[in-house]
Design a protein around this ligand. Structure first.
Ligand SMILES: Cc1cc2nc3c(=O)[nH]c(=O)nc-3n(C[C@H](O)[C@H](O)[C@H](O)COP(=O)(O)OP(=O)(O)OC[C@H]3O[C@@H](n4cnc5c(N)ncnc54)[C@H](O)[C@@H]3O)c2cc1C
Length: 392
């Protein structure tokens, strides 16, 4: 159902972008949404739903057509992430990790052979991708990583553990960062493309989560895993710019997903407020409920505006948008969390009932405040850019 907010959300989109949003929304509501609660209950990964994205071009919107993808522009990619996340965190995450962190890095830093090998596989849906960045010792302080890459005959040996890895148990490609020498901090960081199914020395265990059980989050152990030279992405010791570029696009798509989740909270809370009655009135007639609806609406559109502006900067060819990516991720993830809290409050005790979606959305929105940089990290980055301590 269109909402009054759609007019502003769609205002300066092209006809193609508007039509695409409508098409993704219809697909997501019909094909994905009816399965999400069941998948969460059964802890089932959405393999068959992801396959449905492929013929529609929603699986690889950042991969150029020559590699089998459906790239149109970065803003369109953001709209796809937004609309998929509006119904399911996990399906949106499959697309966002594969396109932003992995395909985006291969396109920018990969050799021709790496592009030919991996991009068509991602676009066809045959090869889901994971990004192995976070370690048990911390995800925020990435330059201090402990997973090591040691030079050996014909390639590299990886040793270490990564945690919280989305899609790892289902992925055919890992984007991995490791260090040549921890003492060198960011100058030791090196990026690799690893085929987990063809590499000995990799084991994948489940990572216990209170929510998002359908995502099968994993911990990944590299125990002398051999990666041939062909798996090196960029140059040894020059992986930090690869990682920075990946996260730049990654934060854009996570922010777009947050806008989708924030919007979903409005979609659920508004009809509830106009159905539920107390004191012989619809609760939506009470000012304190109206305040929440107004705040949810304004913060969602503010977040959407900054995310779309970032997409347009990228489409205009602005090379690095690190400050803007941090701003978008910070604002949009906080909007998603606050909207989920407000939507729960409007639902009263039913917000905690498993019959309603809003309680699940709260933990899922909260997870978006951690992934690809916490709010504290992005606050620090925005301030450092503004104060001139850090450059784009
Ligand atoms: C659902 C989910 C999916 C995820 N998927 C992936 C994935 O696919 N791949 C992957 O690699 N990782 C993934 N992550 C991990 C995520 O990126 C990390 O959780 C995140 O980077 C934070 O790292 P941490 O949890 O180790 O927290 P820590 O780094 O230990 O931070 C703990 C707290 O300290 C704060 N803090 C740290 N440094 C500072 C500072 N300088 N100033 C102020 N505060 C600071 C942080 O903001 C945070 O509040 C996922 C996480 C979740 C929840």
């Amino acid at each position: 159902m269109p909402t009054p907010l759609d007019r502003m959300a769609d205002f300066d989109l092209s006809d193609e972008q508007r039509a695409l949003r409508a098409a993704v929304r219809e697909f997501a509501e019909k094909e994905i949404l009816p399965h999400v609660e069941e998948h969460e209950r059964e802890e089932r990964y959405p393999t068959e739903l992801v396959r449905k994205l492929v013929p529609l071009g929603y699986m690889a919107p950042m991969v150029p057509e020559r590699f089998g993808g459906s790239f149109q522009d970065v803003l369109t990619y953001g709209i796809i992430c937004e609309e998929l996340a509006r119904v399911d965190w996990v399906v949106a995450s499959v697309v966002s990790v594969a396109n932003s962190l992995v395909a985006g890095s291969i396109l920018k830093f990969g050799s021709e052979a790496q592009q030919e090998r991996w991009l068509p596989a991602i676009a066809s849906g045959d090869c889901l991708a994971s990004a192995c960045l976070t370690e048990p010792g911390g995800g925020t302080d990435l330059p201090n990583m402990r997973t090591t890459a040691t030079r050996v005959d014909g390639g590299w040996r990886l040793d270490g553990t990564k945690v919280f890895i989305s899609h790892a148990a289902h992925a055919g490609l890992f984007f991995v960062v490791a260090t040549l020498d921890r003492g060198k901090k960011h100058k030791g960081v090196t990026a690799f493309l690893v085929d987990p199914r063809a590499t000995e020395g990799i084991s994948i265990g489940s990572f216990p989560m209170r929510t998002l059980k359908r995502d099968h989050l994993a911990e990944v152990h590299f125990d002398g895993a051999f990666v041939p030279d062909a798996g090196l992405l960029g140059e040894p010791g020059k992986g930090f710019p690869v990682l920075g570029s990946a996260l730049d696009l990654g934060r854009y798509s996570v922010a777009a997903r947050c806008v989708g989740q924030a919007q979903r909270c409005i979609d659920l809370a508004v009809p509830y407020a106009m159905e539920r009655e107390a004191f012989d009135k619809k609760i939506g007639e009470f000012q304190m409920i109206q305040q929440k609806v107004a705040d949810m609406t304004c913060r969602t559109q503010a977040a959407r505006a900054i995310v779309y502006q970032l997409g347009r900067m990228k489409d205009a060819g602005v090379e690095r948008c690190s400050m803007e990516s941090s701003m978008a991720k910070l604002m949009a993830s906080q909007a998603a969390v606050q909207n989920a809290l407000d939507a729960m409050q409007i639902h009263g005790g039913y917000g905690l009932s498993s019959e309603y979606e809003v309680g699940r959305l709260l933990l899922e929105a909260k997870s978006l405040e951690f992934g690809e940089g916490t709010s504290e990290l992005h606050t620090k980055l925005v301030a450092e850019f503004m104060l001139g301590v850090r450059k784009q």
